[in-house]
Design a protein around this ligand. Structure first.
Ligand SMILES: [Zn+2]
Length: 204
């Protein structure tokens, strides 16, 4: 999606995708420097025209040790907007994930909890019913079919045990869902799936 802006940390590692409006604010506030601009685009005001940012870099190093916020959007992103039981990845005609076709499943169901906690069969860990490690993305059909059972009880193997995502996981998903612009390619790690994604786009 051209008009999205890749934000780099001061050491030039990618950290986030921004809207161009947010990037313009950061540029005006001198919190970031422009690294590259989209060639055939400009941001116009009444009196001036500015390069349209594609990649910007923070002037001061930011530490991203904070945890990823636990919410529906981030759970879906961690799971690549894919049902963790049947693998279905519902999409809109634009290619964007169809969020309304996805639900959040409690892997060990609430019905099997005691005092709001469950024991995860795969790790033996006791956790809150609703937490990163006990929720997974499911399509409506799988969620209905699984009902108040664990994957084992329902004979519905889960593709990946849920985990607490890193900031990196979530950034990866944000980037993955964009049509990665060529202006970003120099800043995506050599061995990352982003690179693969970008190369595949080129070939197709
Ligand atoms: Zn499913």
């Amino acid at each position: 999606m051209r008009s999205a802006v890749l934000l780099l940390n001061a050491d030039y590692t990618p950290i986030k995708v921004l809207s161009w409006q947010r990037a313009m604010v950061l540029l005006i506030e001198e919190k970031v420097n422009l690294v590259s601009a989209y060639a055939d685009m400009a941001v116009r005001s009444a009196s001036a025209s500015f390069p349209f940012p594609a990649v910007v870099v923070l002037r001061r190093y930011a530490s991203f040790a904070q945890r990823v916020k636990f919410n529906r959007q981030n759970v879906l992103a961690r799971d690549e907007h894919r049902c963790q039981y049947c693998g279905f990845q519902p999409r809109k005609t634009s290619g964007a994930p169809k969020l309304e076709a996805l639900t959040i499943d409690h892997v060990v169901p609430r019905a099997q909890s005691a005092l709001g906690r469950v024991v995860l069969p795969w790790s033996g860990k006791r956790v809150a019913v609703t937490c990163w490690e006990n929720v997974a993305t499911a399509c409506v059909d799988c969620n209905t079919k699984k009902a108040d059972r664990t994957p084992l009880q329902a004979h519905m193997p889960i593709r990946r045990w849920p985990r607490v995502p890193t900031q990196w996981d979530v950034l990866w998903m944000a980037v993955h869902w964009y049509d990665v612009p060529s202006e970003w390619k120099d800043w995506l790690p050599e061995d990352s799936p982003w690179r693969e994604y970008w190369e595949a786009e080129l070939e197709s």
